[in-house]
Ligand binder design. Structure first.
Ligand SMILES: O=C[C@H](O)[C@H](O)[C@H](O)COP(=O)(O)O
Length: 220
């Protein structure tokens, strides 16, 4: 079995009848959504909210009940992937551009489970360029302010066109040498007008489930 699928299916074991479930985004979260759908078909009664239009569409197609956000008071468990996980379980997320909605779900979840393969584990964050979501207005100026924090920000494009998030914003992929203090950088980024959100998830993770090539999973 694919290592991402291994981690995803182990995580779905944490979902119980009656729960409100947050659906992540990305190639690892995809396997979790597939497994949740299979359990729903077997009779598991849950409702879900999604961290991207893509995941919501997938969930609907697979028959997972989607709740409007206005109808929920909180989320019992959210299962999502990550681009990097450090030793303190801080994350870089947003490789797929879904970081803002993902962070809202994570922040409102009683339990936030991160599913990865071994390649995502790092001692310190920063090898993966940090995605920073910025509003399009005057984004060149916002880019300069982000750059002044010590990185090289690149406007994300796909097929030669500027990538636009589900929220209508742009993404700056920010190459930092290494991120020694994620909490400090998180605070500094939040102070820049024009930054909608960034992909550092500091002290938000409850559990990391890692799928390994030998067919086993382990927890951090
Ligand atoms: O915006 C995308 C999300 O943060 C993803 O969860 C993250 O990029 C990991 O994706 P994948 O599981 O495809 O490596």
């Amino acid at each position: 079995m694919n290592v991402k699928q291994l981690a995803a299916e182990k995580a779905v074991e944490h979902i119980e009848h009656g729960m409100t479930v947050g659906l992540g985004t990305g190639t690892t979260a995809y396997f979790a959504i597939q497994r949740i759908a299979a359990r729903v078909k077997e009779g598991l009664g849950i409702r879900a909210v999604a961290s991207s239009m893509h995941s919501e569409e997938l969930a609907r197609q697979l028959g997972i009940p989607i709740a409007p956000f206005a109808a929920i008071e909180g989320i019992d468990v959210t299962i999502d992937g990550a681009d990097e996980v450090d030793e303190a379980l801080n994350l870089i997320k947003g490789g797929g551009g879904a970081l803002l909605r993902e962070k809202i779900l994570a922040a409102n979840s009683a339990k936030f489970i991160v599913i990865v393969d071994e390649s995502k584990l790092v001692r310190k964050l920063g090898t993966f360029p940090l995605p920073v979501e910025v509003i399009p207005f005057a984004y060149e100026l916002t880019r300069r302010q982000v750059q002044a924090l010590g990185c090289e920000p690149t406007l994300r494009t796909v097929d030669g066109k500027t990538f636009v998030t589900d929220n209508g914003n742009f993404i700056l992929d920010c190459a930092f040498p290494v991120i020694d203090n994620p909490a400090d950088l998180s605070g500094k980024l939040h102070l820049i007008p024009g930054v909608a959100e960034h992909g550092l998830f500091v002290k938000m993770t409850d559990t990391v489930i890692i799928g390994s090539g030998d067919g086993t999973t382990r927890y951090l």
